[in-house]
Design a protein around this ligand. Structure first.
Ligand SMILES: Nc1ncnc2c1ncn2[C@@H]1O[C@H](COP(=O)(O)OP(=O)(O)O)[C@@H](O)[C@H]1O
Ligand SMILES: [Mg+2]
Length: 595
C-alpha cells in the first residue's frame, strides 16, 4: 500500500484531498478573497513610479483619474504618488496580517481534524494490518504526513488562484500601456510551462522515497529503544548505529537529489525570466526612443514585469514544490482507505452479559500465507467450564484465542457465543465479555492504579484496592513509596515480571467479565511467584467460563477438560486424567517454553 499507485493521478488525489477538507471550504474562500483583493493593490506602487517620472519630473498633468488625490501646485504629483504608496503599503500589510492568521487557524484545524479521524481509524484496523506494517509507519503517517496535507490547498491552489489574479491584473495594465511589451513578455510563459512539465512527476517519486526512508528510520529507532536491553546485552550498539546511519545516508542522498531537481528547475525558470526581461528592455527602449511610449510608462511596465515573473514562477513552481505534500497526502489517505478486516455488520446485535457458552464449529484459519494455522477445530464449552489448552509452540493456541476475541475472523466455520455467531454481535459488546491475561502483560506508562482501572476508568479507589488484593498484588504495591500512584515504565520496566502479571490480573478482576482467557500467564515467572499467581487465578476463575493455555500439569489438573492441539488440529478433548501422554506433552512444552 505504500507504493505510489500509478493509477491515482496527482489530479485525482488533489480532488480527494479537497473533498476531505470540506469543513474548511468557507475559510479557503476567505483566504482566496483576500489574495484576490491584494492583486489590484499591488498595481499601485508602479503606478506611483509612473506618476513621479511622467507627471512630476516630466511635468505632464495628472490624469483625471488621479487628480482628486491630495496635494496642490508644483508638488501635487509627488504628494499624490506618496499617498498612493502609503495607501498601498498599509492596505497590503493589513490584508497580509488577516490572511496569515486565517491561514494558520485553517491549517491547524485541518491537521487536528485529520489526526482525530486517522487515529481511531488506525486503532480499528485489523491486527493483520498492524502485524504487517508495524507501529512506526502508522505513527509517521498519523503524526507527520497529516501535518503537510493542508499545504496542498493553503500553499497550492489558493496562492495559485491568487497569483493568477495578480497576473491577469498586471498583464492587462501592461497591455494597455504597450501591447508590444506584453507580447514579448508573455511569449515565454508557454516555454516555462513546457519546461516544468517533466519535473512534477520526478519530484513526487523522490519525495515519496524520502518519506519511506524517514519512516524506516523512525521504525529503527523505535525498535532499538524498545529493545535497548537486548541491544546492550549483545553489544550491538555499533551495528544498530550503522543501520541508522545507512538509512540516514540514503535519505540524505534522496534529499540532495530533490535539491538537484529543484535547482535545475530554478535555473531553467531563471534563465527564461532573464530572457523575457531582456526582450522587454529592447522593445521598450526602442519604443521610448521612437516617442511611442513615455519613460514613466516603460518604467512602470518593466516594474510590473519583474513582478509578473514572480507569480508566474510561483504558479509553475508550485507544481514542483507541492509534490512533497502530494506524496504525504497519498500516504495519509491510503491509510485512511485501509478497511478494517473485522467489520461490524450493520444489523449487529447488542449483548449485555454473556452466559459464557462457547462453541467452535469447524473453525479454520490462516494468516496472510496459505498455510493453515487452524484446521476444522470443533468443540463446545458450557458456561462456567474450565478448558485447559495444551500443545506445542506454534500449534495454534494463541491464534485460537485471538479468533474467540475476534482479533481476526476465521477463514472457515463459525464461533458461537451463547448460540450466536460472534460476527453478529457488536464488536465492542463482544470484547466486553472477555478478560484476557497474556503471557507478556502490557502495562502503560501510567500509574499502577490507572493500569488496573484500564477496563473501568471510573472505578473507585476501594474497587481498585479490592481487585489488587484478589490478585495478590496489594502487598507489593503498598510497599512502593508511591503506592498505587507509582508510575510504571512504558512496558512496565520498573516492576518485575511476576508483579506485572499480578497487576494485569487485578485488571482482569476489575473488569469482571464472564469469560476469562489466560494465555500462559505463568510461563515467564519463577515457581515461587507462580504459586501466588495461581492462587489469585483460581479465585478469578470462580464462576467464569475459562480458557487457560498452560504448560504445567498442575495448572491443567484443575480444569474440567483439556484440549490438545497439534498443528492446528484438535487431537484430544478429555478430562485431564484421561488425556493420554499429557505428562510427556507437558515436558516437551515446558522445554519449548516460553512460546
Ligand atoms: N500474526 C501472525 N502472522 C502470521 N503468522 C502467525 C502470526 N501469529 C502466529 N503465526 C503463526 O501461526 C502459528 C500458530 O501460532 P500461535 O497461535 O501463536 O501458536 P502457539 O500459541 O500455540 O504457540 C505459528 O506457526 C506462528 O508462526
Ligand atoms: Mg502462544
Amino acid at each position: 500500500m505504500s507504493e505510489p499507485s500509478e493509477r491515482t493521478s496527482g489530479w485525482q488525489l488533489f480532488r480527494r484531498v479537497v473533498r476531505e477538507q470540506e469543513s474548511c471550504w468557507p475559510h479557503f474562500g476567505g483566504i482566496l478573497a483576500l489574495s484576490v483583493a491584494a492583486a489590484p493593490i499591488a498595481l499601485l506602487t508602479p503606478l506611483a513610479l509612473k506618476v513621479v517620472l511622467d507627471n512630476y519630473i516630466g511635468g505632464a498633468p495628472l490624469p483625471s483619474g488621479l487628480a482628486w488625490l491630495p496635494g496642490e501646485g508644483e508638488h501635487h504629483a509627488l504628494i499624490a504618488a506618496a499617498t498612493l504608496i502609503l495607501f498601498a503599503t498599509f492596505s497590503h500589510q493589513c490584508i497580509a496580517y488577516i490572511r496569515k492568521l486565517l491561514r494558520a487557524w485553517t491549517n491547524e484545524s485541518l491537521v487536528l481534524g485529520f489526526r482525530a479521524r486517522m487515529f481511531p481509524h488506525v486503532e480499528r484496523l485489523s491486527l493483520s494490518y498492524h502485524d504487517e506494517e508495524g507501529p512506526s509507519d502508522s505513527t509517521f503517517r498519523v503524526l507527520f504526513d497529516t501535518a503537510v496535507v493542508p499545504a496542498l490547498m493553503l500553499d497550492g491552489l489558493i496562492p495559485f488562484v491568487g497569483s493568477l489574479a495578480l497576473l491577469i491584473a498586471m498583464v492587462s495594465v501592461i497591455i494597455t500601456t504597450s501591447w508590444q511589451i506584453a507580447l514579448v513578455a508573455l511569449s515565454i510563459a508557454p516555454l516555462m510551462l513546457l519546461a516544468s512539465w517533466p519535473f512534477g512527476r520526478v519530484l513526487r517519486r523522490q519525495w515519496h522515497e524520502i518519506k519511506e526512508l524517514d519512516s524506516a528510520a523512525l521504525a529503527l529507532l523505535q525498535e532499538v529503544f524498545s529493545a535497548v536491553r537486548v541491544v546492550k546485552a549483545f553489544g550491538q550498539e555499533k551495528l544498530e548505529t550503522e543501520r541508522l546511519i545507512q538509512l540516514a545516508k540514503e535519505s540524505m542522498r534522496a534529499k540532495v537529489q530533490v535539491a538537484r531537481t529543484q535547482g535545475k528547475f530554478d535555473v531553467i525558470m531563471g534563465t527564461l525570466t532573464a530572457l523575457g526581461t531582456l526582450g522587454v528592455f529592447v522593445v521598450g527602449g526602442l519604443q521610448v526612443k521612437n516617442g511611442n511610449l513615455t519613460l514613466g510608462a516603460m518604467a512602470m511596465a518593466a516594474w510590473l514585469l519583474a513582478q509578473v515573473y514572480g507569480p508566474l514562477q510561483l504558479l509553475i513552481g508550485q507544481i514542483a514544490s507541492l509534490q512533497s505534500s502530494l506524496a504525504s497526502a497519498e500516504r495519509a489517505i491510503s491509510l485512511l482507505d485501509e478497511t478494517p478486516e473485522v467489520i461490524e455488520r450493520p444489523d449487529a446485535r447488542a449483548l449485555d452479559r454473556a452466559q459464557g457458552h462457547v462453541t467452535f464449529r469447524d473453525v479454520s484459519f490462516s494468516y496472510a500465507t496459505d498455510r493453515r494455522v487452524l484446521d476444522s477445530v470443533s468443540f463446545d464449552v458450557t458456561p462456567g467450564m474450565r478448558l485447559g489448552i495444551a500443545g506445542r509452540t506454534g500449534a495454534g493456541k494463541t491464534t485460537l484465542m485471538s479468533l474467540l476475541t475476534r482479533l481476526y475472523d476465521p477463514t472457515g466455520g463459525a464461533i458461537l457465543l451463547d448460540g450466536v455467531d460472534i460476527r453478529d454481535l457488536l464488536v465492542d459488546d463482544l470484547r466486553q465479555q472477555f478478560s484476557v491475561v497474556l503471557q507478556e502483560p502490557v502495562l502503560f506508562k501510567k500509574s499502577i492504579a490507572e493500569n488496573i482501572n484500564y477496563a473501568l476508568p471510573d472505578a473507585t479507589r476501594e474497587q481498585t484496592i479490592e481487585a489488587a488484593k484478589l490478585a495478590n498484588a496489594h502487598e507489593f504495591i503498598e510497599s512502593f513509596p508511591d503506592g498505587y500512584e507509582t508510575i510504571v515504565g512504558e512496558r512496565g520496566m520498573r516492576v518485575s515480571g511476576g508483579e506485572r502479571q499480578r497487576i494485569s490480573l487485578a485488571r482482569a478482576f476489575l473488569k469482571d467479565a464472564p469469560i476469562l482467557v489466560l494465555d500462559e500467564p505463568t510461563s515467564s515467572v519463577d515457581i515461587q511467584t507462580e504459586r501466588r499467581i495461581l492462587e489469585a487465578m483460581q479465585r478469578l476463575m470462580e464462576g467464569r467460563t475459562t480458557f487457560i493455555i498452560a504448560h504445567r500439569p498442575n495448572t491443567l489438573a484443575s480444569c474440567d477438560r483439556v484440549l490438545v492441539l497439534e498443528q492446528g488440529r484438535v487431537v484430544q478433548f478429555e478430562a485431564p486424567g484421561s488425556v493420554s501422554s499429557l505428562e510427556a506433552l507437558m515436558s516437551e512444552m515446558a522445554a519449548d517454553a516460553p512460546s
